[in-house]
Design a protein around this ligand. Structure first.
Ligand SMILES: [Zn+2]
Length: 185
């Protein structure tokens, strides 16, 4: 949800660009995948559950990734995953006729929004991995949110939905303009 919110904000902040419908749909999908990808280092991560037998795969590679927030929740991780996704999307661009620059940015916006949101959780994140120091905001751990806890479920998640609803309402004209004039064949 935070990935999608970040994407919504990007559309609001930046000038509109002409894209194809296929690029738009692929970008939204890439944004959601990007939002889930940092948790690839957790065997019980949602991403693995969505892939058949994913949890087994997760458990197999788990010892290599550390089992909790590690490299994919760090600055090196952002650079690494940014680089790898660029290679992957460039390869895919021979098959999929979409503008991969947009798709890549949508993926990265999702990825980075996840890194930002996890800063507010108890665990924090090893931003300077491999240095094993977990950063978080606020710095006092007790003031942060428990992952998967009641605050996340009852306040953060519904809050993000409300923020999106408000943004679509407040910037209705821009979104309408986008759908009407900027989606090209
Ligand atoms: Zn995470």
């Amino acid at each position: 949800m935070s990935a999608f919110t970040a994407l919504t904000l990007t559309v609001i902040i930046l000038p509109l660009q002409h894209i194809t419908l296929a690029t738009g749909i692929t970008a939204v999908a890439a944004n959601l995948v990007g939002g889930l990808t940092p948790d690839i280092d957790q065997p019980t991560a949602k991403l693995w559950h969505d892939i058949p037998a994913g949890t087994i795969v997760g458990r197999i590679i788990d010892p290599f990734l550390g089992g909790h927030r590690t490299i994919s929740h760090s600055i090196i991780g952002v650079v690494l995953f940014g680089y790898l996704s660029k290679i992957g999307l460039t390869a895919l661009s021979h098959v999929l006729l979409v503008n991969m620059t947009f798709v890549w940015w949508a993926f990265m916006i999702g990825f980075i929004s996840h890194i930002i949101m996890d800063l507010f959780t108890h665990e924090g994140e090893p931003l300077l991995f491999p240095i094993n120091f977990h950063f978080g905001f606020p710095p006092l751990k007790e003031l942060r949110i428990k992952t998967g806890g009641i605050i996340e479920k009852l306040i953060v998640f519904p809050g993000l939905i409300l923020i999106n609803a408000y943004l679509f309402y407040a910037y209705y004209a821009k979104f309408l303009d986008f759908l009407k004039h900027y989606i090209v064949r």
